[in-house]
Design a protein around this ligand. Structure first.
Ligand code: HEC
Length: 157
C-alpha cells in the first residue's frame, strides 16, 4: 500500500508544521526558555526552523512551503516518505556510519564528516560534492547555530 504511506507521510508533515506553529504562536515555547544549552538550542532550530529568538532562519531552495528539519526528516530525524520526496535519516550516528549512511531505499551512501554535514546543510552538497535533491534547502546558519544543531543531531537515536 504505497499510496497510504505517502498520504500518512504528508499528514505527518502537516501535523508537525501545525504543532510547531501552535507552540510558537501560543508562546508556550520561546527561544528564551530553550536557549540554555547548545543541545537545547539545536533542538529548537531542528523543530522550528527559527533561531532561538523566533526569527526564521533564511534558506535558499527547498520548497515554497516553509518547513523545519523535523517537518521533512521527522521529529526523530529518522527520515520520512512523502508524496514529493523520501528524506534520509539525519542522525549523526547514521550520517557518520563508517559503512556509509543508510539511504531511504536501504542502500548505503557515503560516510559524512562533521564538515561535510555542515556543507550538506548549508550548501546542499553531498561528501562527493554532488548537489542534493531540490527539496533539501540550503540553510544560512551562523557558526553558533551550526554548532548547536550539530550538538542536537548527535543526540538523535
Ligand atoms: C523541505 C524538506 C526538507 C527540509 C526542510 C530539510 N531537509 Fe534535509 N533533506 C531533504 C531531502 C529530500 C534530502 C535528500 C536529498 C538527496 O537525497 O539528494 C535531504 C538531505 C539532507 C542531508 C544529506 C543526507 C544525504 O541525503 O546525503 C542532510 C545532512 C540534511 N538533509 C539535514 C537537514 C537539516 C539539518 C535540516 C534542517 C536545518 C533539513 N535537512 C531540512 C529534505 C529536507
Amino acid at each position: 500500500m504505497k499510496g497510504t504511506g505517502w498520504l500518512i507521510g504528508g499528514l505527518v508533515l502537516v501535523a508537525v508544521g501545525v504543532v510547531g506553529l501552535l507552540l510558537l504562536s501560543t508562546g508556550i515555547l520561546s527561544g528564551a526558555t530553550v536557549a540554555s544549552t547548545p543541545m537545547a538550542r539545536g533542538r529548537w532550530i531542528f523543530q522550528t526552523g527559527t533561531d532561538p529568538s523566533g526569527q526564521p532562519i533564511p534558506y535558499l531552495g527547498g520548497m515554497m512551503m516553509r518547513a523545519s528539519c523535523a517537518g521533512c526528516h521527522g521529529v526523530d530525524g529518522r527520515g520520512l516518505r512523502t508524496m514529493m520526496f523520501a528524506s534520509p535519516n539525519i542522525s549523526y550516528r547514521n550520517l557518520t556510519d563508517p559503512a556509509g549512511f543508510s539511504e531511504p531505499d536501504g542502500t548505503r551512501g557515503p560516510t559524512y564528516t562533521d564538515d561535510q554535514i555542515r556543507r550538506a546543510v548549508t550548501q546542499g552538497l553531498d561528501p562527493e560534492g554532488k548537489p542534493l535533491d531540490w527539496p533539501m534547502p540550503r540553510w544560512q546558519l551562523t557558526d553558533t547555530e551550526w554548532t548547536d544543531l550539530l550538538a542536537y543531531l548527535k543526540t538523535l537515536p
